[in-house]
Design a binder for this molecule. Sequence first.
Ligand code: FAD
Length: 469
Amino acid sequence: MKTRQVDVVIAGAGLSGLSVARFLRRDRPELSLLVLEKSDRPGGAILSHCEEGYLAEWGAHGFLDNCAESRALLALAGLEGEVEKAPLGKFVRYVCLGGKLRLIPQKPGKIIAAPLVPLWAKLRVLGDLWKKPLPGEPTVAEWVAHRFGSSLLPFADAVFTGTYAGDIDRLKIDAVMPGVRGLEREHGSVIRGLLRKRAGMKKGPGKRPLLPAMTSFKTGMGRLPQALAEGLRLNEEMYYRSGVAAVSPAADGWWEVRTSQHVIRCRHLVLALPANQTLALLDQVREIAPPPMASIPEAKIATIALGFTDRARVPFGFGYLAPEQEHRFALGALFSSHMFPGRAPRGHLLLEALVGGRRHPDRLELDDEELVSRVYNDLRRLLDLPEEPSFARVLRPGAGIPQLEEGYPALLDWLDGQCGGHAGLHVCGFGWRGIGINDMTKEAAKVAAAILETTGSRGAEAEVKPVYF
Ligand SMILES: Cc1cc2nc3c(=O)[nH]c(=O)nc-3n(C[C@H](O)[C@H](O)[C@H](O)COP(=O)(O)OP(=O)(O)OC[C@H]3O[C@@H](n4cnc5c(N)ncnc54)[C@H](O)[C@@H]3O)c2cc1C
């Protein structure tokens, strides 16, 4: 068993762990740090797939460029020249309603004007100005129906299918949109709160920001963790195939971290793992109070990448999402080669359909051939696809998307209590205070800042995210 001593150990070389490492390197290069990664590559849930001239994604397809921490990370990774952007202002999304694709404009004013719901349903949205905040821990569906009326449920369903692959009858509004819930509490109405925020921005210096852009890289999202990891010295600052098996606080206030081959002592321990892996590790620590729940649910999805010749006619945009009430096979599909041209060979286009999610895990039991055939049959009822796909690949990521459901706020309180009560313990990662890339980089920056003792701030005001990915 080899032993080492470093200032900081980071468990996990996904985007969260790599971000903590690179922020620390930038601000305090003299700190000794070590990233321990269970697998043989960086990136965790982020991985790109290149085959026959198509470029698809196992996990994340992109992130919005409206997050300062993610932009800082791009600069640290030296990737600004490799970025590809699909501006939200130029693109549209579609929602499947009544068996047809309906265009959703990007700007709030145009959404209100669009004939997506009848006039009475639009007027009901204004009911938000008078509705009292719902007490307790309402689900997204209960909360949306209460504040804005049930006509908006299919749209809420589409949003949370597109982000969490989740079920709005189980996701909790306080967990998935704490910022919006904060507006409701503070101003008595979400609309009033947003208008006041907007007025404040108008009064402030400079113009209001433009709509952000969906961002990826010429060689796909996998490029980001790869470039971040390249900045760390292999076998000195980064160990692959080194899963953390156990952690424990030592009597002198340091932490001891065990892998199958190493025992490492560190002053700061960062668990940058998906929520369930962190819960499993902390559960073994005698000094840590047991969590209110042993694990949180996860939603698995498969990506069915389909290539078509240019006889296929697909409307311009990001893609579409299908609310559950439509009873479709696929949750939706990304029009990937519209978003990022160059993801398909010349004269071809790439669609990436998503299947499974919180409501339909059974569909992931189907074999690849069946999945491809059922997705193609589903898509061609919505899109003009006269020929069978000329390319098909099923990508089944191992990672599930954490679902922030019943009991999640209590779990966060427990986590804050443990991190506050055990010096040197820091937690960020997939499912802790969000699930998107920008959530991960923000939390990683907070952990790095806490380690550098510039701030220990955890209780910052919950952000109102203008657009979800
Ligand atoms: C299918 C899918 C689609 C997504 N799409 C988007 C999107 O379009 N936009 C967006 O913003 N976000 C998206 N996300 C979310 C995004 O991918 C995550 O926010 C992000 O990748 C999480 O990074 P992480 O480092 O926290 O966790 P992970 O990526 O899960 O990394 C954790 C790392 O820890 C390692 N590990 C686990 N256990 C141990 C251990 N005991 N010891 C050491 N190492 C360990 C794992 O091998 C892994 O490398 C998607 C996620 C999925 C699954």
